[in-house]
Design a protein around this ligand. Structure first.
Ligand code: PRX
Length: 632
């Protein structure tokens, strides 16, 4: 197993080692895994291309490390513990032995449908064990998985399928969420009608026995391809740098991009970070409430915990069903030791009242994690007091889809915590704050743009099918550095607080969205001439979506508003629906015709009296108009 840091002096020592000699540091960690053939070089890198390779020429399979290698010591230990949406329904448990067998059966089933190494398989599924099994089955045979969050629309699904040129979609019939039964397969059917020409098979998991339309050409039942399959499937031998998965995420411009992670580096880093951040000990019950549709679920529900031989819980439902005590009821029921969630959930549950957590015994909780967006002080304090009871250190973990694993975080019980501060880099991570010219700000008590100046094993390798885009977005802003897109500040002790995005990406309830993407969706409405979308502070969601819309025929009624929301829902999904739509006669623009979002952001954030010099705008007169009509 990778090293587990247990004291401050050890953290300092490990950190120093990781910076003084990164290759020796990561070689030692990587050697704790099972390799079919050992790697012969630890690292080759060049951020200009970018071209980063870890554990070169090493041959391995990540599922051997997630499953097979645990069988001897913990074959009968629960690997996945599944808590259903309905609290009265039966909990499911897969031991490591059972999980390996299920993964192998599924892998053999996938092979029987012609899936082989290098093929892309899209998952559009609820939080059921079959999702984790399916991902691991792909990894077993070298197929590349790409999970699309089941809240995305048919159009968004089709866009991702087409970009990945996937051969198969795996979905379920319906999704149980709260008191809703949400159709899933019919969304896939719509996506197949819009695009998805590369798809040969739609594999359908029967989750709810619901009625579905069936196409004999493409559709196949999960249970039918699994039936009679062997429990044994020899793992495909993968190179460290072979692709493990693609995960689509939003950027400042254009369509979502497919972030590519590879087998070896991702394996080493997710295991190393999991063991340290969550301080997992044998026998603990670990619960991350994320959805596997996002990177957090990939790295810290599936891969990290299983690599570390942990018991990882998957929850099918939502925090407020059947009531706002559900999370805490589950913590008590399963005696959860590590609990990892998002600030938006904390704020939403905090608003429901302190009596909810008070009803349950939360004494098993040893540490708390937060992820996905900045956590405000009030939410941090509430989490500490009402959930951790002052005894469970909070790891405010900063990272990104592109980083593959947690980068900056306190280590519970090892380093100190401070509300709203992600604080310290994990060993191997070298963050810096820079000014707009890229000069590094070495001193403390400063603000700057957050960059990472040295590669770590799970760094993004490319954006699928478009390497130039990867280079331009992450490696071109500042030479020789990975640029995160975030702004941050360092306090007097060098602790880092990540403030938020400095680009046109917004973070709504922990969901990352490109403002351009939402604008493109709004503009699909035939009566919209132009639109501009910005984020604004929102009590529960962190950021809300504020849209300024110029309409074709001065139409500004609620029917039109609703139509716009419907278009966004159709193009992206309900998570991208604007919270506010303000109809305007024009948008403030620079002389070169660019929308001045800075001004629009200020107006949406109730800071419209503080706009600075607007005289250089093409149309300064429009500003007063926009301000007057502001909805905040
Ligand atoms: O702005 C940062 C914010 O979420 C962005 C990454 O989003 P995504 O790729 O969807 O990954 C989210 C889960 C890892 C970052 O650029 N972010 C994430 N964690 C934090 C955060 N902002 C502040 N504090 C955090 N702990």
């Amino acid at each position: 197993m990778t090293t587990q840091i247990t004291s401050l002096s050890q953290y300092k020592e490990e950190y120093k080692k990781s910076v003084d000699n990164p290759e020796a540091f990561w070689k030692e960690q990587a050697e704790t895994f099972t390799w079919t053939k050992p790697f012969d070089k630890t690292l080759e890198w060049n951020f200009d291309e970018p071209d980063v390779k870890w554990f070169l020429n090493g041959k391995m399979n990540i599922t051997v490390n997630c499953l097979d290698r645990h069988i001897e010591k913990r074959g009968d230990q629960t690997a996945i513990l599944w808590e259903p949406n309905d609290p009265k329904a039966e909990v499911q448990e897969y031991t490591y032995k059972e999980l390996l067998a299920a993964v192998n059966r599924c892998a053999n089933g996938l092979k029987s449908k012609g899936i082989k190494k290098g093929d892309r398989v899209i998952f559009y599924m609820p939080m059921v064990p079959e999702l984790a099994i399916g991902l691991l089955a792909c990894a077993r045979i070298g197929a590349i998985h790409s999970v699309v969050f089941a809240g995305f629309s048919a159009q968004a699904l089709a866009d991702r399928v087409d970009d990945a040129q996937a051969k198969m979609i795996v979905c379920s019939d319906y999704n149980n969420r709260g008191n809703k039964n949400i159709p899933v397969k019919s969304v896939v059917d719509q996506a197949m009608d819009i695009g998805c020409n590369s798809i040969e098979t739609v594999l359908v998991h029967n989750n709810t026995d619901g009625d579905v339309e069936w196409s004999d050409d493409a559709d196949v039942w999960w249970h039918e391809i699994i039936a009679g399959q062997s429990d044994i499937c020899e793992p495909e031998i993968m190179d460290s740098e072979d692709m493990l998965f693609i995960l689509y995420t939003s950027g400042s411009t254009g369509k979502p991009k497919g972030v590519v992670h590879t087998c070896g580096g991702y394996m080493v880093y997710t295991c190393y970070s999991f063991r340290n951040v969550f301080q997992y000990k044998d026998g603990d019950i670990y619960w991350c409430t994320a959805d596997i549709g996002w990177i957090t679920g990939h790295s810290y529900i599936v891969y990290g915990p299983l690599l570390a031989g942990a018991t990882t819980m998957m929850f099918e439902g939502v925090p407020t069903f059947p009531d706002a005590g559900r999370f805490w009821e589950i913590c008590e029921k399963h005696k959860v030791n590590q609990f990892y969630t998002a600030p938006t959930a904390i704020r939403a549950l905090m608003a429901k009242g302190d009596h909810w957590p008070a009803k349950y015994d939360l004494s098993s909780i040893k540490m708390l994690g937060s992820v996905g967006e900045p956590i405000n002080e009030e939410a941090w304090e509430w989490y500490d007091k009402h959930i951790g009871k002052g005894n469970a250190p909070i790891a405010d973990t900063w990272w990104q889809t592109e980083t593959g694993g947690i980068m900056i975080t306190p280590i519970p019980g090892v380093t100190d915590t401070k509300p709203t501060y992600a604080s310290y880099p994990l060993p191997g991570i070298q963050p810096v704050l820079v000014d707009t010219e890229g000069n590094i700000k070495e001193e403390n008590n400063v603000e700057g743009l957050l960059c990472i100046k040295f590669p770590w094993p799970s760094i993004i390798r490319t954006t699928y099918g478009d390497h130039e885009r990867c280079k331009n977005v992450y490696f071109s802003a500042f030479k020789g550095m990975y640029f995160t897109g975030d702004g941050a500040r360092k306090d007097e002790a060098g602790r880092i607080r990540v403030i938020g995005r400095v680009d046109d990406v917004i973070n709504v309830s922990g969901h990352r969205m490109g403002t351009a993407e939402v604008e493109n969706a709004i503009n699909e409405h035939p009566n919209v001439i132009e639109s501009a979308v910005v984020g604004y502070p929102h009590d529960i969601k962190g950021q809300g979506i504020y849209a300024y819309v110029i309409s074709q025929n001065q139409q500004t009624d609620d029917t039109f508003r609703k139509e716009i929301l419907d278009v966004v829902k159709r193009e992206i999904g309900p998570i991208a629906k604007p919270d506010m739509i303000q109809f305007v006669n024009g948008l403030p623009k620079t002389r070169s015709g660019k929308i001045m979002r800075r001004i629009l952001r200020k107006i949406a954030s109730k800071d419209g009296d503080n706009l600075g010099d607007i005289s250089t705008l093409l149309n300064p007169e429009i500003v007063a108009d926009v301000k007057d009509g502001a909805l905040v």
